[in-house]
Design a protein around this ligand. Structure first.
Ligand SMILES: C[S@@+](CC[C@H](N)C(=O)[O-])C[C@H]1O[C@@H](n2cnc3c(N)ncnc32)[C@H](O)[C@@H]1O
Length: 281
């Protein structure tokens, strides 16, 4: 039984972080803050520098499939240091310049903060990349993955392309994951995105869902989500996020030391609602 005194104590950042280090984030959340991520509490209450929702400065973080690198930059700024981060994009610098108005500038600032930036990194092959293959990461992050648009978004063939991308990503991410590390995928929860069945693909590739937390863009200052495809400036535009979540996975073979995951923390997920073209990424 946890005393009121202990609960009150956790309102201080250090006590809370100590508890997180001792028990792990999931356990602290289960015991003290069942409805929220305890690290989120540290950040939103402005309790400590060097943290941002879901991430902390002591972790080795790999970001993949970046658009204009605004997510990575926001993270590095919030953590106050990017030396433990590697931010990557599929786009090479010439494409980055062509597609995004802030891409090159964001990369410059990221590098100044100590973050290593790599271009031309395809998630399907990344675990064999000469530099990445020798590394292990505590967090591997892919925000709003999206395979090249070839067919209408609701089309079975297009969904298959997305699922294929996720398959390649998960199997490579698994190979690069440090013990106890997590793979984070932020993704829309509405139709047709729910048809990708990311949890199932992850499971087939050695990862199991810990939980899915609501994705709130306001948690990530500076982040501007990008479409990443299309001409005439379309790549540089943001798409409506609607109901989105961050799926958190860990290696399935750590099953024995982890409690059974909660499938999702969303009270209602709107499934199979036909959405307008404008809502489609
Ligand atoms: C909808 S955009 C999201 C961009 C960025 N993550 C964001 O949140 O703003 C989809 C991203 O997936 C990336 N992507 C697609 N296929 C990829 C692959 N095989 N390897 C790495 N990235 C890929 C694209 O380059 C693009 O940046």
């Amino acid at each position: 039984m946890v005393s009121r005194k202990v609960c009150r104590k956790l309102e201080s950042a250090d006590a809370l972080l100590e508890r997180i280090e001792f028990l792990g984030c999931d356990e602290v959340s289960r015991i003290y803050f069942p409805d929220e991520d305890p690290l989120n509490r540290v950040v939103t209450k402005g309790l400590k520098k060097g943290y941002i929702v879901n991430y902390s400065e002591w972790e080795e973080i790999l970001l993949v499939g970046e658009g204009d690198f605004s997510f990575s930059l926001g993270l590095a700024r919030a953590l106050g240091d990017g030396t433990n981060m590697i931010a990557t994009s599929l786009d090479r610098p010439d494409n980055l310049h062509r597609k995004y108005s802030n891409g090159i500038e964001n990369v410059r600032e990221l590098r100044a903060l100590g973050c290593r930036v790599l271009h031309g990194i395809a998630v399907r092959w990344m675990s064999r990349h000469a530099f990445l293959q020798s590394k292990k990461f505590h967090k591997i992050v892919f925000n709003f993955p999206y395979a090249n648009l070839r067919f209408p978004d609701e089309c079975e063939k297009q969904i298959r392309l997305h699922r294929d991308l996720m398959k390649g990503f998960f199997s490579n991410a698994r190979a690069l994951l440090a013990e106890g590390g997590e793979v984070h995928v932020s993704h829309k929860l509405t139709y047709p995105y729910d048809e990708w069945h990311v949890e199932e693909i992850a499971e087939h590739n050695g990862l199991q869902l810990i939980k899915c937390v609501p994705f709130r863009i306001s948690d990530y200052p500076g982040y501007s989500n990008k479409r990443g495809y299309g001409n005439d400036g379309l790549s540089d535009t943001s798409f409506p996020l609607g109901a989105s979540g961050t799926f958190k996975f860990t290696a399935a073979d750590q099953n024995s030391v982890r409690p059974r995951p909660t499938p999702t923390c969303f009270p209602v997920i709107c499934r199979r609602r036909k959405i307008s073209k404008r809502e489609v990424v």
